[in-house]
Design a binder for this molecule. Structure first.
Ligand code: NAD
Ligand code: DAU
Length: 354
């Protein structure tokens, strides 16, 4: 049995679905179901006895203790977090609560449980913390990519809260010997991503005939990784990672935002041309920049390849095509997540930005 937190979110749900597709080890899936968590994504597992869903806040120590005692997991995969940078700017409190206090509470619950294990079970236990490349801060155009020794320099409330959580994880290894692993990954894209993030937002707005908002000059650079590749990397680190170590995960795919948006527009022009016949790129609008917007992220993923043998399987082109197709074929899922809270966010966040 493994325990996954945040398994109703984008990456966590992809991880759980892939895990149960490839094997039979059960999963207890711990998720508070915030606006970003979506039970619909897990619908294919509704009658699957290998999947146990627990609607629990990771800040709730008593509930976590019960889950550990009941299910006795051999590993924790910790995905749960507040994950959207723009929301961390308009409301940082939730980020400190979930990402810092929540990770601390997870570590305390895991430590108490692990201390009660004996022999082989204790030795085999793992706590894998899923983190981000944003903790390293921003690069200039010619700087080398982030590696595992790059100093932390977080710039947004989101990245600062993730950095704090990474430090706690590190401290629990050095102080208590808790068998932890940390991964720092670049921007993910793929099925089931909540459409507040650049790629699904662009696809959905394009199809709806709405503006495609590009912050600032559109030249900010991100490294993009297909979510299935991230999940495979996490499985690899869980299986073979060295205790207390960190592994950078990336796609070797640095792209400027404006180029990502143009690629999406061109793919949609081909797969689902607009009814007017106009290219989707005509809908691009440059809008006010994100405050403190990091200019460039780039990941040097040499270590995980050299030491653990992982490399992404998808290229940017194959991953983007799969992703666009998925959004075209899953309009019901989109309708389910683009109501209520989402509409409110879109109306308030983008109001008057053009
Ligand atoms: P997401 O926002 O899509 O999902 C987060 C999930 O966590 C949701 O299901 C939500 O309900 C749950 N959650 C939030 N607060 C909770 C709480 N207090 N208790 C229990 N559950 C809670 O996020 P994501 O994009 O899937 O990211 C998952 C993890 O990967 C995060 O830790 C994020 O920092 C990290 N990460 C994301 C990316 C990316 O590009 N999306 C890249 C690198 C790392
Ligand atoms: O780098 C890893 C990180 O990637 C993860 O840790 C975060 O959880 C995840 O949200 C993502 O952060 P970003 O801020 O890079 O992702 P986002 O999709 O919000 O934005 C990607 C880029 O596109 C960024 O430079 C901001 C820009 N952007 C974003 C939105 C939502 C726009 O130009 N317009 C937009 O409307």
């Amino acid at each position: 049995m493994i325990l996954v937190t945040g398994g109703a979110g984008f990456i966590g749900a992809n991880f759980v679905l892939d895990w149960l597709r490839d094997g039979d080890e059960p999963v207890v899936n711990v998720d508070k179901l915030t606006y970003a968590g979506n039970a619909e994504t897990l619908a294919p597992l509704a009658n699957d006895s290998r999947h146990i869903f627990a609607r629990v806040d990771i800040c709730d120590r008593a509930a976590l203790d019960t889950l550990f005692a009941t299910h006795r997991p051999r590993a924790v995969l910790h995905f749960a977090a507040e994950s959207h940078v723009d929301r961390s700017i308009s409301g940082p409190g939730e980020f400190v609560q979930t990402n810092v206090v929540g990770t601390f509470t997870m570590l305390e619950a895991a430590r108490a449980y692990w201390n009660g294990l004996a022999g082989g079970e204790k030795e085999a236990f793992r706590f894998l913390h899923v983190s981000t490349d944003e903790v390293f801060g921003s690069l200039e155009a010619t700087d080398p990519a982030f590696n595992e020794r790059t100093p932390y320099a977080p710039n947004s409330p989101y990245s600062a809260s993730k950095a704090a959580s990474d430090h706690l994880v590190r401290a629990y290894f050095h102080t208590y010997g808790l068998p932890v692993l940390t991964t720092n990954c670049s921007n993910n894209y793929g099925p089931y991503q909540f459409p507040e993030k650049l790629i699904p937002l662009t696809i959905i707005n394009a199809l709806a005939g709405k503006a495609l908002p590009v912050y600032g000059d559109g030249k900010n650079v991100r490294d993009w990784l297909y979510v299935g590749d991230h999940c495979a990397a996490i499985r690899t680190v869980l299986q073979k990672g060295a205790l207390g170590e960190t592994y950078n995960i990336g796609g070797w795919n640095e792209k400027a935002n404006i180029d990502v948006v143009h690629t999406l527009c061109a793919t949609l022009d081909e797969l689902r041309p607009s009814s007017s016949g106009a290219p989707y790129a005509k809908q691009i609008e440059f809008v006010k920049d994100r405050p403190g917007h990091d200019r460039r992220y780039a990941i040097d993923a040499t270590r995980i390849e050299r030491e653990l043998g992982w490399r992404p399987a998808e290229t940017f082109e194959t991953g983007m095509r799969k992703t666009v197709r998925w959004y075209l074929e899953n309009s019901e899922w989109i309708a389910g997540v683009t109501s209520g809270n989402y509409r409110h966010w879109m109306e308030t966040h983008y109001a008057g930005q053009a």
